[in-house]
Design a protein around this ligand. Sequence first.
Ligand code: ADP
Length: 307
Amino acid sequence: MKRLHLNLNLTGVIVTLAVGVLLPVLLSTAVGIVALVLAKDTAGIVTGVLVICFAVTTIGSALVALVLTSHKARLARSQADFVANVSHEFRTPLSAIRLYAQTLQSGKLDDDPEQTANCIDTILRETKWLEVMVDRVLTWRAASKDLMQLNLERRPVTGAVDTAIERFSSMVPPGEVSLSQDIESRIDVAHDQHALQAVVLNLLTNAYKYTNKVKEIDVCITDNEDEVVIAVKDNGIGISTKDKAKIFQAFYRAGEEHREGASGAGLGLAIVSNLVTRHKGTIDVESEPGKGTTFFIHLPIAAEVTV
Ligand code: ADP
């Protein structure tokens, strides 16, 4: 509805410009040209040139107005999409929390301590998803406005990766994900523990969201000569070659037809890319649609980075 309204506004502006500006300007240009052709003295030539200059200036102003208006409309549209996507993303855990809380409140499970414990566990898990989503929006705001101070410390990345895995494991139902890890690393990397944890957690939540029923995720750290590589691999829906180039842009969401209602606001990978770049690292992705995806975070070893 909102999009339709914005499109109509833009169409209105274009029609108004065409009728109200273009026609009079074309007429004035014609008048200017005729005045120039028929000019018998300097005054005639000056008049013709002035009329043509006026027409050219008006067309220029109209074009600038059109560009600004369409830019504003695009911005308003992406803001509306963002608010809708974030609300949709928040609604899923909120609905689950309400449902399970109502079940507990109804007293139906009073004689079933096991189910009661399951209910409480689910409520806690959904609350953790909510926390991660709120963190993501706040991190994006801080990162995009350059308000985020990184506290770089030289140490192996194992601690940050391990904390992210622990946090992720507490968010998903037991047994739903087969998560393997090989996260030993001995090399120091100058990194902000909190930021690196956010990077890995974003990749893990994506690996979970964009994978079908059988979820296999593998996290692995490799120490190379001049860098440490963190890889997060899944057996999910994959990413097409066309989308690979765009997924790190803020608000971009790929593969609507395959992601089976997985909600999101398109911020996770933009945050990952921002934080990795600020660690002077790089990120790349290997993916095959229908088979799975691996994200690689390359971080330079501490000696290479000036803290
Ligand atoms: P969000 O998940 O909120 O949409 P992201 O920025 O984290 O935003 O991801 C952008 C897009 O990249 C997603 O919408 C999805 O289409 C695609 N994507 C990210 N991670 C994966 C993955 N592991 N497997 C398949 N597609 C992915």
